[in-house]
Design a protein around this ligand. Structure first.
Ligand code: MG
Length: 376
């Protein structure tokens, strides 16, 4: 079996001159083989930049486009191809965008391998620890603070035992941060896991400390990304306050970055995104190190059913992977792109005993939201 083609499709719900919210764009990568088997992957990144990174023509030895690197190769040699892509793109890649693009291809290769061997991906990863995974819902808070009570109550009624919110106005102002958390906590009650995601908007250790103390009364389960992932001193000092668990790492790629982050930030929870950190292959390595260090891994996830399918297969194969993020975005790319989207049932997702990712792309929807040629 040989890789014959890689098809990269950029999708976007708002037009190119309109603002784009998280979840409203996507880049889908299909790895086509000469046997007819096709693997599907994605990365939650900048779609046109990813497309360019995969389709780029050769430059020097270490600036090759990913497609050129693996055309004609056997797709079952997943780690070997991962290493080859990493090596021959390492000037332009190695971290960030290059690993995002590589992640999408890696996920597609696992999809192919599972179809080829006719066993589920979790079996290729070592076996299935659980039949269902607890999910927590993530929503972007309304700037109308009282409306967040209704949003949170509606999600609790869907069966969630935990919620997280972030983005929007959260992090912009101490008083409104306090009011939103208070509103949502009162709406869901005390016997409910509540988390907030600052998307680094508290920026400094000093401001974050003030906010940690202000919000202590609301018994948050974790506070996510109070400061930028590079601010390791800030993370470390905040961790040592002992007020609330701290999580982070969704922007990081590769085991190298996660090893450095885990060693120096002292966080309780790391949140690699399987579509960004290096795909299923690198996620396993990151998980193994986290487990070794006694750090919990709760994957980041705010994209299409491809991300959810890959994350579910991965988590099912891990001893401690018992919590998944489940986006509550209304974007059609999240709700409808994958006709086999793994549904939420009573606050959990079932682990499907399927072959491959079992993603069924809605081609009409792809056609509707497709953007071509780097936006030109
Ligand atoms: Mg986040």
């Amino acid at each position: 079996m040989k890789i014959e083609d890689i098809i990269v499709t950029c999708l976007r719900v708002p037009s190119l001159d309109e603002e784009c919210e998280w979840g409203e764009d996507a880049v889908i990568v299909e790895v086509v083989t000469d046997t007819g088997l096709v693997g599907i992957g994605e990365t939650d990144s900048s779609p046109h930049a990813v497309k360019a990174f995969i389709e780029a023509s050769d430059s020097n030895l270490y600036c090759m486009g990913l497609k050129k690197i693996i055309i004609g190769e056997n797709p079952l040699e997943i780690q070997k191809l991962w290493d080859k892509m990493y090596w021959y793109s390492n000037y332009a890649g190695r971290r960030g965008l290059g690993i995002h693009a590589l992640s999408a291809i890696d996920i597609a290769l696992w999809d192919i391998a599972s179809q080829y061997y006719q066993v589920p991906i979790y079996m290729l990863l070592g076996g299935k620890y659980r039949n269902e995974i607890n999910a927590y819902g993530t929503f972007i808070p309304s700037s109308n603070i009282s409306e967040n009570a209704d949003i949170a109550k509606a999600l609790k009624e869907k069966g969630y035992k935990g919620l997280k919110f972030g983005g929007g106005i959260l992090g912009d102002n101490p008083d409104s941060d306090y009011e939103i958390v208070k509103t949502v906590r009162e709406a869901v009650g005390n016997d409910f896991d509540l988390r907030i995601d600052l998307a680094c908007k508290w920026k400094t250790y000093g401001h974050s400390t003030k906010m940690f103390k202000m919000l202590e009364e609301f018994d948050l389960d974790w506070i996510e990304e109070p400061v930028l992932a590079d601010n390791l001193t800030g993370y470390s000092k905040l961790s040592n306050l002992g007020i609330t668990k701290i999580s982070g790492g969704e922007s990081l790629t590769t085991l190298h970055e996660f090893e450095h982050f885990m060693t120096n930030s002292q966080v309780d929870i790391i949140q690699p995104d399987i579509t960004r950190c290096g795909g299923i292959s690198e996620m396993r390595k990151i998980y193994n190190l986290a487990e070794f260090k006694g750090i919990k891994l709760v994957p980041h996830g705010f994209s299409t059913g491809i991300l959810i399918a890959a994350t579910v297969q991965f988590l099912a194969s891990t001893q401690d992977g018992d919590l998944i993020e489940y986006s509550q975005s209304n974007s059609p790319l999240i709700a409808s792109l994958d006709k086999n989207l793994i549904p939420l049932k009573n606050g959990k997702v079932e682990v499907p005993d399927c072959i491959g990712l079992n993603v069924n792309l809605d081609r009409n929807l792809m056609e509707k939201y497709k953007i071509s040629d780097y936006g030109r």
